[in-house]
Design a protein around this ligand. Structure first.
Ligand SMILES: C[S@@+](CC[C@H](N)C(=O)[O-])C[C@H]1O[C@@H](n2cnc3c(N)ncnc32)[C@H](O)[C@@H]1O
Length: 276
């Protein structure tokens, strides 16, 4: 058989693609790293002040790394940055009654808020059943639920006076983003505050040229990064926003109170919104 025919035959009949191999290698690396970290954790006392911490593999899913220290540091920084943004807009955490962490994962940020105050009722929701199962079992600080990939959430209209989503709108395509903005508007009561984070200008460095061009034109792009294949559902990718796009589009749902470039962990931009 000629080489070209052989190639075509293999391509048609052998379902293994290059990205399958990359995913397999990455998953194996991830598993080994998580096992190694779990072993290390066994011999390192937990001095975090938290009774329970999520497993290395749950940490990896929200954090891209399994190690305990950086998981704690980033969570603390995210919580501090949200507090700072709220204060800048005249609000303290304890002034809220009912707070939802949308896309809470295994509670990286929520853990730290519950340390600050016990006044508001804390809730967390995520599509990740394993992360939520851990939160339900181990975190007494709030109540947790799994949500579907598309709205609605399980909460009644106007359930929350603060909703925040750390690095969730960074993973939604445009259509899902609008559907979730609408749903967030439903579950937040009038006058309530919403804090979202996005991949703003400082995160665009690694984008391929065609996506950079989209940012200059439309101000939004959704990038199908190979990294997530085999770990997250296919719709979970990387989204990038310009400030102008946020102003034009998010303002269809909420009043924009503030925009903090690199406001989250000196990396993602933070948008503070208010429900009419
Ligand atoms: C980068 S992680 C951040 C997790 C958490 N906010 C934190 O700061 O640790 C993104 C999280 O968003 C969740 N997520 C993505 N899309 C979602 C959706 N439509 N509804 C709920 N959770 C979602 C993922 O499952 C994941 O836990």
């Amino acid at each position: 058989m000629e080489e070209s025919k052989l190639r075509a035959f293999v391509k048609r009949h052998v379902p293994l693609r290059r990205w399958h191999i990359r995913v397999l290698v990455r998953r194996t690396q991830m598993r080994l790293l998580c096992h190694w970290t779990t072993l290390k954790d066994l011999f390192t006392p937990n001095q975090s002040g938290f009774d329970a911490l999520p497993s290395a593999s749950l940490r990896y899913r929200v954090h891209g790394k399994p190690d305990r220290q950086s998981f704690l540091e980033v969570g603390r920084q995210c919580s501090q940055d949200i507090l700072k943004a709220l204060r800048k807009n005249g609000r303290e955490l304890a002034s809220f009654e009912s707070i939802l962490d949308f896309g809470c994962g295994c509670g990286r940020t929520l853990l730290w808020f519950a340390k600050e105050t016990s006044r508001p009722r804390f809730h967390g929701t995520d599509i990740d059943g394993k992360a939520i199962a851990w939160c339900q079992k181990k975190l007494t600080l709030g109540s947790f639920a799994v949500n579907d990939a598309l709205p609605p959430l399980r909460y009644d209209a106007g359930s929350f006076d603060l909703l925040y989503a750390v690095s969730v709108f960074t993973h939604l395509d445009e259509e899902r983003q609008f559907q979730w903005l609408e749903e967030i508007k439903r579950v937040v009561r009038p006058g309530g505050i919403v804090v979202l984070t996005i991949h703003g200008e400082t995160c665009w460095d690694g984008l391929p040229p065609e996506h950079k061009a989209l940012m200059e034109g439309k101000g939004f792009t959704f990038f199908r990064a190979d990294f997530y294949k085999g770990i997250f559902p296919a719709w979970y990718q990387d989204a990038y926003h310009t400030r102008k796009y946020v102003n034009e589009n998010f303002s269809r749902y909420f009043k924009i109170l503030d925009y903090l470039p690199q406001g989250l962990n000196n990396h993602q931009d933070m948008v503070v919104l208010q429900r009419d």
